[in-house]
Design a protein around this ligand. Structure first.
Ligand code: 5AD
Length: 453
């Protein structure tokens, strides 16, 4: 009765939160299983950023709740952003849910499961439900435990929770709360421990990582707390690669740009959300930068690291977006030459300023704009990958590829590479010569020292 299956929707922050919950549950004697058909407890860690993400989770929860008919002791929990966003009202649509836990209460999940099971043992007749979406001071410090699989190569480290930027489209300030940072020493210690356990690549996570520690630490010689943190992680011997997500363009001052030139472990890949290329729309979105400023950041980064890889987030069809304004987004998108991008059709989020703006854009217009950007992206990605043909790339070997034919890893630019290797190379940085490319994947051959190079 102690098998827990955790299903995660949404971003890397959610994946990280699920991992922390899994680690706590294991320490409490629960078993984390990978087979959803063989579990006694199912926890769904949810996303609210677009309506579709919520609908998907609600549909799934409704389906899973039927298991209760066969097994009244089955426990279904909804965690994370949608739990925070909708709270107990979720029970209107999903009366069979036992547990609703918000984004500041993940660490309570083991206690709550214990309580639910104790109530079952005691033979409580009425359904016992637990709903906790309260705020908790210091909750950002509770996302720190890891479930390290054997030979885990890459790990996420949560450095901060919440966001105070109030972008007009975004539900995150509601679901994740105020911006709160973890102490720098604790983060560094966590990274050191991960490195000691064999982790080679650290991805620092937060909703707005570039604001990390701004209320807690002073700048030193013009260097922000975020860049100070990057410097300290860079100094950990076992760490070989550093990434982070998500930053805000506003955080790309000179200190961060220069960090790409001097911190050798900071990978030449940056996810830099642009959202729109129209100054009027950016203003309406409450994004405090212009298209020119965005372009300048991209150019500055390329000056410091000519081989930089860029990815971005774009929202098409924000309320009132005209053809002309979309054309500005399209042109800036093409000019920045993104290697990767996530293009989203604007989705109304109740309670955000944009939800009440007039002039919502029809779905077919959003769809067409989405297609336009994806075509540009595909061409960019193919062009970039073609330049890699015949080159030798440093690849961090992560494990078997999905099809189980060979192995996969990533370049510093975050390109996925498939190649033949052996188990003992997992976790190693190896040279791979690229001999074939598709839009999304590179294929190559391991260059063993002294052989074939
Ligand atoms: N509609 C569509 N996309 C959104 N995003 C955030 N809110 C919305 C919304 N209401 C996108 C942004 C953000 C990414 C995580 O999700 O592009 O960067």
């Amino acid at each position: 009765m102690n098998r827990v299956y955790i299903k995660t929707y949404g971003c890397q922050m959610n994946e990280r939160d699920s991992e922390a919950v899994a680690a706590l549950l294991r320490a409490r004697g629960y078993r984390i299983v990978q087979d959803e058909d063989a579990c006694d407890v199912m926890l769904m860690n949810t996303c609210s950023v677009r309506d579709m993400a919520e609908q998907k989770a609600i549909g799934k929860a409704g389906y899973v709740a039927q298991k209760k008919k066969r097994n009244p002791r089955f426990i279904l929990g909804i965690l994370g952003c949608m739990a925070q966003n909708r709270g107990a009202t979720l029970l209107d649509a999903l009366p069979d849910v036992d547990l609703i836990v918000g984004t500041q209460k993940f660490h309570q999940v083991p206690d709550y499961l214990d309580n639910l099971r104790a109530a079952q043992e005691a033979g409580t007749v009425l359904p016992t439900r637990i709903v906790d979406i309260a705020e908790e001071t210091g909750s950002q410090n509770t996302i720190r435990d890891h479930v390290l699989e054997e030979k885990q190569v890459s790990a996420f480290v949560s450095i901060q929770q919440g966001c105070n930027m109030d972008c007009a489209f975004c539900i995150v300030p509601k679901t994740r709360g105020d911006e709160r940072s973890r102490p720098m020493d604790e983060i560094v210690r966590e990274c050191e421990q991960l490195a000691d356990r064999g982790v080679k690549e650290i991805t620092l996570l937060g909703q707005i990582v570039t604001s990390y520690g701004r209320r807690d630490y002073a700048h030193t010689d013009g260097v922000t707390p975020f860049v100070q943190l990057l410097e300290r992680v860079n100094a950990i011997p076992g760490v070989r690669r550093i990434r982070f997500t998500s930053p805000h363009p506003r955080g790309f001052k000179d200190d961060l740009i220069q960090a790409y030139g001097r911190l050798e472990k900071l990978c030449e890949y940056v996810h830099l959300p642009m959202q729109s290329g129209s100054d009027r729309i950016l203003k309406a979105m409450n994004r405090p930068y212009s298209r020119d400023r965005y372009r300048q950041i991209v150019d500055d980064l390329r000056r410091v690291r000519p081989d930089m890889y860029f990815s971005t987030d774009i929202i098409v069809g924000f309320p009132g977006e005209t053809e002309g304004e979309f054309a500005q987004t399209r042109d800036l998108f093409a000019a920045c030459d993104f290697d990767m991008a996530y293009v989203f059709k604007y989705s109304i989020r109740t309670g955000t300023p944009a939800a009440d703006m007039g002039d919502q854009i029809p779905d077919e217009v959003k769809e067409a704009r989405n297609e336009t950007l994806l075509k540009i992206l595909e061409a960019n990605s193919n062009r970039r990958n073609a330049t890699l043909l015949g080159t030798t790339q440093e690849v961090l070997v992560e494990g078997p590829d999905k099809k189980g034919i060979g192995f996969m890893g990533r370049t510093r630019g975050n390109r996925i590479v498939h190649f033949a290797a052996s188990e003992r190379l997992i976790g190693e940085l190896v040279p791979v010569k690229i001999n074939r490319v598709s839009t999304a994947v590179l294929y190559g051959e391991l260059q063993l020292a002294g052989v074939g190079v």
